[in-house]
Design a protein around this ligand. Structure first.
Ligand SMILES: Nc1ncnc2c1ncn2[C@@H]1O[C@H](COP(=O)(O)OP(=O)(O)OP(=O)(O)O)[C@@H](O)[C@H]1O
Ligand SMILES: [Mg+2]
Length: 153
């Protein structure tokens, strides 16, 4: 573990705003895990990241499609939701390994459903329910991930 930070987000708009501010610090090739129980705010966070990058349309939860993609000038964002995986083998069967490359940024909800088959994350984004809203715990696991987190206010 290389960098660790904690924030309190008191409502949905704060989650969106935080993610928006983070979006400009992302780089192609990064891999982000989004953790937390059902309804913790993972998809909301992705919506904020995409808005920060200028995406205006609706952001669908990939609950049934497993992955949604968003093309930008310099990279493509792949947003996964692995909640419905029944076994980690589905990760290999789906061919998702190919989505991880130097021109993509992968955002993965429910990464634990793929067991140990996923590439290691640059950043883990963990949200949890609190009486005041949500607690946000960010961990940078790689130099590029840690650098990204250090530059966020
Ligand atoms: N900081 C916050 N405080 C209170 N509510 C929030 C906060 N951030 C997001 N929410 C709300 O929490 C709910 C979370 O929904 P969201 O779909 O983002 O969760 P999720 O973690 O993606 O769930 P799932 O595992 O089912 O995909 C939304 O109704 C959203 O408005
Ligand atoms: Mg979700």
């Amino acid at each position: 573990m290389m960098f660790d930070s904690n924030y309190d987000l008191k409502d949905e708009s704060e989650t969106l705003r935080f993610a928006e501010s983070m979006s400009s610090h992302l780089h192609p090739g990064m891999n982000l895990y989004l953790k937390g129980e059902l309804g913790a705010g993972k998809t909301t966070f992705v919506r904020g990241l995409l808005r920060g990058l200028g995406y205006q349309d609706k952001v669908k939860s990939p609950t049934y499609t497993l992955v949604e993609s968003y093309s930008f000038l310099k990279f493509t964002i792949y947003h996964f939701d692995l909640y419905r995986f029944k076994s980690d083998h589905e990760w290999d069967d789906a061919g998702f390994r190919e989505y991880f490359n130097e021109t993509s940024i992968c955002l993965i909800e429910w990464p634990e459903k793929a067991g140990g088959l996923l590439p290691e994350p640059d950043i883990s984004i963990e949200l949890s329910h609190e009486s005041f809203g949500r607690h946000l715990h960010l961990i940078g696991f790689t130099p590029i991930g840690s650098e990204c987190l250090k530059t966020i206010i």
